[in-house]
Design a protein around this ligand. Structure first.
Ligand code: 0R9
Length: 640
């Protein structure tokens, strides 16, 4: 693909095209404007910016290998085997071009028109921003003759560009140390970087990314290379699922300066997993390419069903949700001058992406169905059974609506509601067990805290369709208490509480309830998690006391501290469950906003979360155990 892209780049990119816009002090003053935030997310963004530049060089057809290394001192090195950043004197600036790239904001081909045909990078401000936010940064360029080197400190030149040796190789190596004065943390997380680098390797087939962690005790290496590109991506996502047809369907087309690629495979799961990208950026808010794909898929499958006499004119047409049940699909478009819109600038606005994607589907997917009638039949059977379940769900919803209207009690009987109505201030504790529920009801501040006890065995939502979910007697109270609907009807605006806090024991059963509820929210009320409404209560593990002196410890570390403070002869009570605490203790340790700790559940990566829930809620015990052992970190990231 790299060559294909390169053919279309007609403008010769030279040192004249670099535009000068702003100084680097601006970046250090307001880092958030350039990299989103100074949290751990912003920190990782530095790596993505540098890697994106290497990937651009690969897309231009000049580079095949990219090495990314976390060094023992926690600096990061990115190396590519491309042409090397030009070292000649920049005609306008009078300094080496490589120095311009690292010290002047917005320098680079991305802003001048011409240059690269496609360009990744969420913010596209690249190397100079990383330089500004690094304690130090060193760049080495090999141009087939010499190795050049320059060092910068906090964005400023610390040494002139100098020749440090001879070479017959070409390439660019950048090493940087993130500035601890800027970032909340400078500790890189291998798994976070790995997920993103793997994604880039899937999206740009043929590129080899070698990722190493050389920090003490953590030495680890991953070679990321996928011959199948996004086809391999779908196989990777579906690893824990059961596909309905053996081969991933792969469609691609290049036309009028746009490349559209689609890989898709149906599984027996009840959820859809559609992930889209524009210029290698994950368009989580969707956009024109997604719209084009969805409408084409629905139309093509309805037409196909009619042609095969599986759908009569009098029947209800298959809906978008019906034809996407169980579908895993990757849509990747690469285009010039992508317009990113939406709240997080991850929605593709170019209408030509819609036409191109729709057109390609119409030609290629319709042809695929004609050539593979067996697969076509299987997809339609799946869609029709989804359609029947949706109809049953509609009836079930209707029934609950009528029933609640008749009984005149909209809210579940077990719910102890709060008096405040404004959801900015309210919270609901979903509590495991009736006895803990009782303590929570007595201990709470009834003005803004509501309590909903849950008990008994919960439904595994991974194993059933939405009609069963809606009618389920354990989940119905949760749905009605939250008041925002479920599935397609879910409307986060209607939420009755701002915080939804899951309070369960710190044991196996508690963890099961947490996982089940989180899976339910993830599948049927996803905005709840996306918008950060879901929290996990953190009850203490120990009570340490001597006379009137009482401390609660939430970790073994804190237990040691507490014993150190009140003396090693203090009594230690280990809490086995929430039920062991009286209402006052429960309030003080776990529910009082002034003293409690709650963990917010966030969704860093929907693809990984989907995989995790598949395994955790799956039927097979062995892969579950293996997965939990291998991914202990992810699981804790998800706070399960
Ligand atoms: C290790 C990370 N890699 C990079 O940052 C990197 C930038 C880069 C590059 C060129 C080649 N390799 C690179 N690696 C390059 C691009 C062009 C011409 N020669 C070399 C071109 O765009 O035409 N550059 C990216 C921008 C620039 N070079 C420059 F030209 F603006 F300096």
């Amino acid at each position: 693909m790299a060559e294909e892209l390169n053919e279309k780049v007609e403008t010769v990119y030279d040192e004249n095209q670099i535009q000068v816009l702003e100084g680097l002090e601006a970046v250090r003053k307001r880092p958030g404007m350039y990299i989103g935030s100074t949290s751990v997310r912003g920190l990782h963004h530095l790596v993505y910016e540098i890697v994106d530049n290497a990937i651009d060089e690969a897309l231009a057809g000049y580079c095949e290998n990219i090495d990314v290394t976390i060094n023992p001192d926690n600096s990061v090195t990115v190396r590519d085997d491309g042409r090397g950043i030009p070292v000649g004197i920049h005609p306008k600036m009078g300094i080496p071009t490589v120095e311009v790239v690292f010290t002047i904001l917005h320098a680079g081909g991305k802003f001048g028109g011409g240059g690269y045909k496609v360009s990744g990078g969420l913010h596209g401000v690249g190397s100079s921003v990383v330089n500004a936010l690094s304690e130090w940064l060193e760049v080495e360029v090999s141009n087939g003759e010499h190795v050049f080197k320059q060092r910068y400190e906090r964005g400023k030149v610390a040494s002139k560009l100098e020749i440090i040796g001879d070479t017959d190789k070409k390439g660019t190596t950048v090493t940087f140390m993130p500035d601890a004065l800027i970032f909340e943390t400078v500790q890189f997380e291998y798994d976070v970087l790995l997920t993103r680098l793997r994604e880039q390797a899937f999206l740009n087939k043929g590129i080899h990314i070698n990722f190493k962690d050389k920090r003490p005790d953590e030495e680890i290496f991953n070679e990321l290379y996928y011959e199948g590109g996004i086809k391999s991506f779908v196989e990777y996502i579906n690893q824990e699922k059961t596909p309905l047809h053996p081969d991933v369907i792969y469609l691609s087309k290049e036309k009028e300066n746009m490349i559209v690629e689609i890989a898709m495979q149906y599984t027996d799961s009840y959820s859809e997993n559609l992930v889209s990208f524009a210029n290698n950026i994950n368009t989580t808010e969707g956009g024109m390419h997604e719209t084009g794909f969805k409408s084409a898929l629905t139309r093509i499958l309805n037409d196909y069903a009619k042609k095969r006499n599986m759908l009569k004119d009098s029947d209800k047409a298959l809906s978008g949700e019906d034809v996407r049940e169980g579908l895993t699909a990757i849509i990747s478009v690469k285009l010039q001058e992508a317009q990113f819109e939406g709240q997080t600038k991850t929605k593709l606005g170019n209408s030509e992406a819609r036409t191109a994607t729709e057109g390609m589907m119409q030609d290629a997917f319709a042809a695929y169905l004609e050539e593979n009638p067996g697969v076509g039949k299987m997809i339609l059977e799946k869609a029709f059974s989804a359609s029947r379940a949706r109809e049953a769900a509609r009836k079930a919803r209707e029934l609950t609506r009528r029933k609640t209207a008749l009984e005149n009690t909209r809210l579940p009987g077990k719910l102890a509601d709060c008096s405040e109505r404004n959801n900015e201030f309210t919270e609901i504790y979903i509590v495991e067990g009736d006895s803990a529920g009782g303590s929570a009801k007595q201990g709470r501040d009834r003005r803004f805290q509501a309590i909903l006890p849950l008990w008994g065995k919960m439904l595994n939502v991974e194993k059933v369709r939405i009609d069963k979910v809606i009618g389920n007697e354990k989940l119905l109270p949760v749905i009605t208490a939250l008041g925002a609907g479920v599935g397609e009807d879910f409307d986060v605006e209607k939420l009755r509480y701002g915080k939804i806090i899951i309070m369960a024991d710190a044991d196996v059963d508690g963890s099961h309830i947490r996982t089940l509820l989180l899976t339910f929210f993830f599948r049927y009320m996803r905005p709840l998690i996306e918008e950060g409404h879901v929290y996990l209560a953190q009850p203490p593990l120990y009570k340490v006391f001597k006379g009137k002196n009482v401390r609660y410890a939430y970790t073994d570390e804190q237990l040691k501290e507490a014993l150190g403070e009140i003396g090693n002869d203090a009594n230690v009570q280990r809490y086995k469950g929430l039920g062991e605490m009286n209402p006052d203790q429960l309030w003080e340790t776990t529910m009082d906003p002034a003293t409690r700790t709650v963990l917010q559940v966030t969704l860093e990566d929907a693809i990984e979360a989907d995989k995790i829930f598949n395994v955790l809620m799956g039927e097979e015990v062995e892969p579950r155990r293996e997965f939990i052992e291998a991914n202990a970190k992810y699981v804790s990231n998800l706070d399960i």
